[in-house]
Design a protein around this ligand. Structure first.
Ligand code: AMP
Length: 275
């Protein structure tokens, strides 16, 4: 596996050594876990060359968020990438990605400011800006994103479409711990008691799916049940929407998503299921 740190070097390597090959790309912020590995494995299956990036993007953290304490596991991450089949690991510094007086991409005024964007206004400006930059640097055939970050996936898909970008966005299923907790780099913030409390999030989604399989499709009824199970966690949102993120009154099987964000201690955890 080759490790490169500058956009110019990455472009040169891709041009000189991998010309005319299909390229699969997995952008990450590191502290890699099974979720990231499944994205890498999907990319390995579909493409000649696999490029992953590790970059804790400062512009997507708001003031007071966990940028400085975001988990860093450089050596372990490099090993995981190598073992999982990454050919090129892009590991830039912030100064390789950002300059002064930057052009930036703005998240859409409605879809970028609901759900996670409501409590983190501006977060998706940073996400879309860095993803645009990374896609332009790597110029991949396909880029892989987790359904766990459903709103992020939705906005990136929208950006690629609206900016006529030549990349296929591949959504990948959420990888969970055996007990149901969605894998996340932020799970390391949880102590043993919080780890147990966090299970209420996936449990609430499983119960929702159970109700739906019993033909209970009323959104209010399902939402109330989720809220009850999440108690006493601090709920940031519980939403039941169609796959385009529009409000619905009844769950439509094959076209709905249930999204939850809750705080366990000071850690914000996201999860969702696609119905
Ligand atoms: P992050 O390092 O948190 O920015 O995540 C990098 C990519 O991995 C994003 O596309 C995430 O949606 C995806 N991802 C994170 N956690 C999981 C998971 N548990 N299952 C599948 N994909 C995930």
């Amino acid at each position: 596996m080759k490790i490169v740190s500058t956009p110019a070097e990455l472009k040169r390597v891709l041009k000189e050594q991998f010309k005319d090959k299909s390229v699969g790309f997995i952008p990450t912020m590191g502290a890699l876990h099974e979720g990231h590995i499944s994205l890498i494995k999907n990319a390995r299956k579909d493409n000649d060359v696999v490029v992953a990036s590790i970059f804790v993007n400062p512009t997507q953290f708001l003031k007071g968020e966990d940028l400085d304490k975001y988990p860093k596991k450089e050596e372990a991450d490099k090993k995981i990438c190598e073992i999982s089949g990454v050919d090129i690991l892009f590991y830039p510094n912030a100064s390789d990605i950002y300059g002064e007086d930057e052009v930036s991409i703005l998240a859409p005024k409605v879809r970028g400011y609901v759900l996670e964007g409501a409590s983190r206004p501006g977060h998706f400006n940073g996400v879309l800006t860095v993803v645009m930059k990374l896609l332009n640097i790597v110029n991949p055939t396909r880029a892989y994103f987790g359904k766990k970050d459903a709103q992020q996936l939705n906005l990136i898909t929208l950006m690629v479409k609206q900016f006529f970008m030549d990349v296929e966005i591949i959504p990948c299923d959420t990888v969970r711990e055996k007990d149901g907790l969605a894998q996340s780099s932020r799970n390391v913030y949880l102590d043993a008691t919080q780890r147990k409390e966090a299970l209420k999030i996936s449990a609430s989604l499983y119960e929702a799916s159970n109700m739906i399989s019993k033909k209970i499709l009323d959104v209010k009824q399902i939402r109330d049940k989720i809220v009850e199970i999440l108690n006493p966690l601090e709920i940031i949102y519980v939403e039941i929407l169609d796959r385009e993120f529009n409000p619905i009154k009844e769950v439509q099987i094959g076209n709905s998503v249930i999204l939850v964000e809750a705080k366990v201690g000071t850690t914000r955890l996201l999860d969702n299921i696609w119905i």
